[in-house]
Design a protein around this ligand. Structure first.
Ligand code: GUN
Length: 304
């Protein structure tokens, strides 16, 4: 039987460990502060941003949300970032990605003070990651490493295969696994014989954003499978294909007309892996936990 890697439980552990640190800061100096900027109204991004702000407040941290219209300009966004860079009560600035096309995302990432960049996306912090030097790490890959650590799954000496080469997940994930002595391969849409490459993996990370793309054919028996995908399915054909062998997913589709699925076929993952992250309840809760951890750490460094 595969172990289900329970992101909600690990999220709770991380939060429980942060709580006394937050209380200490609040009592001796001031609570840690995070400001989240959302441009436009992508429904997925709205849910993520809402969760981030709610979690912060539940933990007694300062949290503000800045909402700009989808038509906002780069300079408008940069003006907000400049104000937040200067504010002494703000430890973390997060600009929700992706940004609308007219905005120069690179200029935005460069504008955030690296010591307030709780996403770890600033080129300085990316450089620190490459060099394995201290800096905030991107939250999703950092959360996955924390999950592996807490389940005693060591990447050392294993083959790790990552499907997806994004700046937010794939690339930083590869570096973090490499620093923990895994042999790392990053795959993408032009990789020849992707199933064969994935079948080498002792640790397989799927971060493509394509519902149920990773089938049994991609999974070595006994592999640890990390499913970063979060895809909302609203058509029956896809739902039936992906939910095959997982009645709870089909029932969710029947009830709501939509269902949330990962990049990996859930039945294949449960059957073949030694351990896997479910969707939802796997990687998602860890991203938020690591954002909180990065914000608390930033406050501690600033107030030390
Ligand atoms: N969009 C998807 N994931 C993330 C994330 O971790 N941070 C930000 N800022 N945007 C995202």
């Amino acid at each position: 039987m595969a172990t289900i890697l329970d992101g909600k439980a690990i999220n709770q552990q991380i939060i429980d460990e942060l709580q006394p640190r937050i209380q200490h800061l609040a009592q001796t100096r001031r609570p840690p502060g995070l400001v989240v900027i959302l441009v436009g109204n992508d429904p997925g991004s709205e849910i993520y941003v809402g969760n981030k702000v709610r979690t912060c407040r539940a933990l007694g941290m300062l949290s503000e949300e800045i909402r700009l219209p989808a038509t906002a300009s780069t300079s408008e966004l940069l003006a907000h970032i400049e104000t937040l860079n200067q504010r002494p009560d703000v430890d973390g600035i997060l600009v929700q990605m992706p940004l609308p096309k007219q905005i120069d995302s690179r200029a935005v990432l460069l504008a955030i003070r690296p010591d307030k960049d709780v996403d770890g996306f600033h080129p300085f912090n990316v450089g620190q990651l490459v060099a394995n030097a201290p800096a905030p790490r991107p939250c999703t890959p950092a959360g996955i490493m924390e999950m592996l650590r807490r389940y005693d799954i060591s990447p050392s000496g294993k083959e790790a295969v990552i499907v997806g080469r994004s700046d937010i997940v794939g690339k930083p994930m590869a570096l973090l696994l490499l620093h923990q002595h895994a042999t790392v391969t990053i795959c993408h849409s032009k990789t020849p014989d992707l199933p064969a490459v994935c079948r080498r993996a002792g640790i397989l990370v799927a971060a493509i954003g394509r519902a149920g793309m990773i089938t049994a054919d991609y999974i070595k028996p006994g592999a640890v499978v990390i499913d970063v995908g979060m895809n909302r399915i609203d058509n029956r054909a896809d739902a039936e294909r992906i939910a095959q062998g997982t009645p709870s997913k089909l029932a969710a589709f029947e009830k709501n007309g939509t269902v949330l699925v990962g990049d990996v076929l859930p039945a294949a993952m449960a059957e073949l892996s030694s351990a896997y992250t479910p969707v939802p309840g796997g990687v998602g809760p860890l991203t938020i936990a690591m954002l909180m951890a990065n914000t608390v750490q930033s406050a501690e460094l600033r107030l030390a």
